[in-house]
Design a binder for this molecule. Structure first.
Ligand SMILES: Cc1cc2nc3c(=O)[nH]c(=O)nc-3n(C[C@H](O)[C@H](O)[C@H](O)COP(=O)(O)O)c2cc1C
Length: 175
């Protein structure tokens, strides 16, 4: 089974969460004993999102549901059984780089699952938009608060990651 974890991350939170998900998946095998191969693809936004100005422009682009230009990607989603799409919540939706990827790859995506990291709220809007853009209903979603990911609180964040990995395996096995 091949799983692709694709994410955008401005300050490393979504990257950290997605790497933990990849690790959790790699530590498992499917109920039928099949090995799981995970690849990670980080989306790079060509627009500078650094600093206060980058934050403001990013918020505006997200709020207006604008797309952006992203660096070419190295993987092809159609080569995988499942694609996990990770985004930080920006202005109640997904980051522009993830919006662009969802639109561009909509026709090439297999089964999908969504991950959002956020300060407090907005995951529902991000997932709704990602579902609409990809035309795919996610087999599972995972929402994480940035502080929990940063602190790696064992009781909360890693347990949620483990549960999410189990959900993904169940979906893959049922397919
Ligand atoms: C432009 C911008 C807009 C944001 N909007 C929201 C929001 O609407 N709701 C929220 O809970 N967090 C919001 N955040 C906080 C991020 O979603 C959160 O810190 C996230 O975990 C950062 O992930 P990253 O380090 O992978 O970029 C926003 C952050 C930025 C930069």
């Amino acid at each position: 089974m091949r799983i692709l974890v694709v994410y955008y991350s401005r300050t490393g939170i979504t990257a950290r969460a997605c790497r933990a998900i990849a690790d959790a998946l790699e530590a498992r095998e499917t109920p039928s004993g099949q090995e799981i191969e995970v690849q990670i693809e980080e989306l790079v936004d060509k627009k500078n999102r650094d600093g206060a100005l980058g934050w403001l422009r990013g918020g505006k682009d997200a709020a207006t549901k604008a797309e952006t230009e992203i660096e070419p990607t190295k993987t092809r989603p159609e080569d995988f059984d499942l694609v996990v799409l990770g985004t930080p919540v920006w202005a109640g939706t997904c980051a522009p780089a993830v919006r662009t990827y969802c639109t561009r790859e909509a026709q090439n995506l297999p089964m999908v699952a969504f991950v959002a990291t956020m300060g407090g709220r907005g995951d529902a809007g991000a997932f709704r938009d990602m579902q609409q853009l990809t035309g795919r209903q996610p087999v599972a979603t995972l929402s994480l608060i940035d502080k929990a990911v940063r602190a790696e609180r064992q009781d909360d964040y890693l347990a949620k990651v483990d549960h999410f990995a189990d959900e993904l395996l169940t979906a893959l096995s049922a397919d």
